[in-house]
Design a protein around this ligand. Structure first.
Ligand code: PMP
Length: 357
């Protein structure tokens, strides 16, 4: 391909590296914060029936009204707040970013944090400000306030709990950020089922607060469905950017049925929280690791006396795929991240880790 043709691509896009998804074929997959459990057989049967009756010849309900009604009820969304849906919360982040991408505007988040905030800022031409967390991954109150005052961000993303550190930030610092922010503050509660701490019922206190959730970590990552909740005047604006039929018929149908049976997902989340305690304790008992506390469905840990990549490769050879954070320096230096799987998957991981270190 000639450079002549590629000159039409924006230079900032050419500079980007695409979001990398590792090949996990045949592996125990503990790299992407997925729920390890399938749906129970009876629910699978009902799903097949409902999906077979879905009208694939028609466009989906553009407002996804039935699905939003069940989400409102399940997630305790305040009645006078509005809800919009995205094809995964990734799409909601993108719509928010597009909506605020005035020339010179900036999107603020925290480092280390979820990489899509920075990537999407770059896609849409927003300046990205990544405020460093402290060495133990907490919000540095004074530093954050100073950065907000200096940069006046159009939007701030706070992952609660944070990815990749898995901790919940101090609620009082978040409150201060919401009060100080000149623009929107999005609490990204992707890992809510494992933390059970939320700003959802505080939407009524702050006009500039938006709360984002996803069904991905609850066990429905394949459906691609996220939701954004907040003041109707704000959601109405963001909604103008949404492509009309972004939530397809199969997703609407399947999500509706599974959420009507949400006790299944609640029980799975409870099992994952129990397994998290088990994996954390077992890892803490191993020499040569710094294991960070987790309020999410994954655990971040540092390898002390060997290169993390060696441990990663050795675990991979044993058939278990985790995530290498690839940090040469900073607070993620020599760190790996493992997703909590089923009991057997976790046993395989712990065994492989023990052998590797
Ligand atoms: N927010 C955070 C903090 C995440 O870690 C992730 C996924 N890794 C997402 C959002 C994206 O979730 P979804 O599958 O809904 O796009």
């Amino acid at each position: 391909m000639s450079d002549e043709l590629l000159r039409w691509i924006r230079p900032e896009i050419k500079k980007l590296a695409a979001y990398h998804v590792a090949n996990a074929e045949g592996m125990i997959k503990l790299d992407a914060m997925e729920n390890p459990y399938a749906l129970p057989e009876a629910l699978q049967q009902s799903l097949v029936k409902r999906l077979s009756q879905a009208s694939l010849n028609r466009y989906p309900d553009p407002s996804a009204a039935a699905l939003i009604a069940v989400l409102r009820q399940q997630m305790g969304i305040p009645v006078d707040k509005a809800v919009m849906l995205g094809n995964g919360s990734d799409e909601l982040i993108q719509m928010l970013a597009m909506a605020v991408a005035n020339p010179g505007a900036c999107l603020m988040s925290f480092e280390p944090g979820f990489v899509m905030y920075r990537m999407i800022a770059e896609f849409v031409g927003l300046n990205y400000i990544g405020v460093p967390l402290t060495v133990d991954f907490t919000l540095d109150r004074a530093g954050v306030c100073q950065q907000i005052q200096q940069h006046q961000p159009a939007i701030i993303f706070i992952a609660y709990p944070n990815n990749p550190s898995a901790n919940l930030f101090d609620e009082s610092v978040i409150e201060e950020i919401i009060r100080l922010a000149p623009g929107f503050v999005v609490l990204d509660e992707a890992y809510y089922p494992f933390a059970q701490a939320s700003f959802m019922n505080r939407l009524i206190e702050f006009d500039n607060l938006l709360v984002m959730r996803t069904v991905s970590k609850m066990g429905l990552a394949g459906l691609r469905l996220g939701l954004l909740c907040g003041a109707p005047a704000i959601i109405n604006e963001i909604n103008k950017i949404r492509l009309p039929y972004n939530i397809n018929v199969l997703t609407q149908t399947a999500a509706l049925l599974v959420l009507e049976n949400s006790q299944v997902l609640d029980q799975q989340a409870e099992k994952i929280r129990k397994q998290r305690a088990r994996v954390y304790m077992a890892m803490q008992a191993m020499d040569g690791l710094d294991v960070f506390p987790s309020q999410a469905n994954f655990i971040l840990f540092r390898v002390c006396n060997k290169p993390a990549v060696k441990i990663f490769d050795s675990i991979k050879k044993a058939g278990v795929l985790i995530k290498h954070m690839q940090a040469e320096s900073g607070s993620l230096k020599n760190c790996l991240r493992v997703t909590i799987g089923s009991e057997d998957e976790n046993t395989a991981f712990l065994q492989a880790l023990k052998t590797a270190i």
